[in-house]
Write a protein that binds this ligand. Sequence first.
Ligand code: PEP
Ligand code: MG
Length: 598
Amino acid sequence: MTFAVHGLPVARGIAIGRAVLVVSSRIDVAHYFIKPPEIESEIERVRTARNAVSEELTKLQASVALMGPNDAPHELVALLEVHQMLLQDEALTSGVKHWITERLYNAEWALTTQLEVIARQFDEMEDEYLRERKADLEQVVERMLHRMKGTAAVLAPTPPRRKRPAEAEDDDLTVNDTIDVPLVLIAHDLSPADMLQFKKSVFAGFVTDVGGRTSHTAIVARSMDIPAVVGARTASQLVRQDDWVIIDGDAGVVIVDPSPIILAEYGFKQRQGDLERGRLARLRHKPAVTLDGQRVDLLANIEMPEDTANAVKAGAVGVGLFRSEFLFMGRESQRQTRLPDEEEQYQAYKRAVEGMQGMPVTIRTIDIGADKPLDSKASKQEHLNPALGLRAIRWSLADPAMFLTQLRAILRAASHGEIHLLIPMLAHATEIRQTLSLIDFARAELDNKGMVYGKVKLGAMIEIPAAALTLKLFLKHFDFLSIGTNDLIQYTLAIDRADEAVAHLYDPAHPAVLKLVADTIAECRRQGKGVSVCGEMAGDVTFTRLLLGLGLRSFSMHPSQILAVKQEVLRADAGKLEAWAQGVLEADDPATALTLKP
Ligand code: PEP
Ligand code: MG
């Protein structure tokens, strides 16, 4: 039966594929694809874990048998028997084998996937006693997952082959075929670190129950340039493994089990989208200059040094935001040291500089906290209000040794090319002073060690209203400013950017937000300082003309958005947009004013 689930559009386009449900388990489970020759050893890992748990349960049963009836209640004996039974259950064993063999999931992923499949069957049972056995099955699987810890051979996701989207009428695919049909990822929640794992993977689209449009999970999804919907609330409960799913990333709709007519319609839309991309690709080598001759820098936002390849391919003239925190995230599940050391960071920044082939690279110092925990399982509940807590520069200043390590690595990489050093989340004069003196200290440390380093331009992010209201202080100390509209909107409107429940109030066109953006651009221009926007607003074509009219000449965005923004730039007359942009700022309803012609 066809049905639709509505969420928030995150990344454009249409994806059609089989659902891969990533189930959250209480244990941190890695999700990656194995290679076909590894199938047997992966199945063996499950078998070994199952035997070990079985032995564990047998021992427990034996020790219970030695106890008297007062110490070992009858229920405990029965429970252990049930656990043994569930452990040996054919549905579990054969299901896990199926996901490993046919989908090339790693053992843990296969196990949690099959757990979800069986758990849903339990949920549908009428008998209450049987329904409650779901909790027992979860316990058994968790025992197995514990046993499997540390036994994985491969930790990096290795994508299997990927084919173009399947034909719409091909609904009777055998499971063996499914490895070659597009897969779409459905999850309740994914941390930015999880997303990064999937970035190297094969998914044609993705959906999460939670999240806002500018949550970091959504940002990484956007950087993957695949259709995505977040905030789809119950999607992960309604969609089953292997269901056919259409993701409409433009409308924020997920269509499950579509009829042939709907499939055909979306197949058509998908092809139209491909054609449009083809047309835009012709602009790649065209300089971004307005009709009245104003040059506009279109820069790339990246998460990893390897992303520079896409940035160059898209025609970026530099990196406007390297979110360096992604080098620090998700390392525990990769069995790496908790934080990357100076050498590892230096190599990463150097790779980014080299990847940009002489163009400037803006490296933002670590912005951990809020919806970007270091590890995917690091609880958001650890702090009452993480977005207002120890995040970004506050985190760095609270751990000067860690911060100095990063600063030294960045300064050293600057000897290989043009680096701009960008500091996130500054609000206080004391933070500015401490940051600048730590940068000086890092230079002095490198001098003492006789190490080579380069000059950097210093920039601050304007993403807290307090910063936007004290620009003179910032401009006294920094060479350039970069407006982080994602956070500026969040903190101006008091709307959690990652919370789908208030996503309708997260409004980039709110007059207060536009005023702060406009004032920042104007003040920088007055003082002859560089200014750019690196939040999602910069890549949203709805705002291109407005930002140009406000005087912005530097936009930083996901590489996938550069060509569409360039098209807007090429069609714009920046001079004529000035008066119109002032009108938008003064309008009662700027969102509507934005849609009116200048
Ligand atoms: C922003 O806040 O706009 C920004 C670019 O930084 P991030 O999205 O990483 O918080
Ligand atoms: Mg930010």
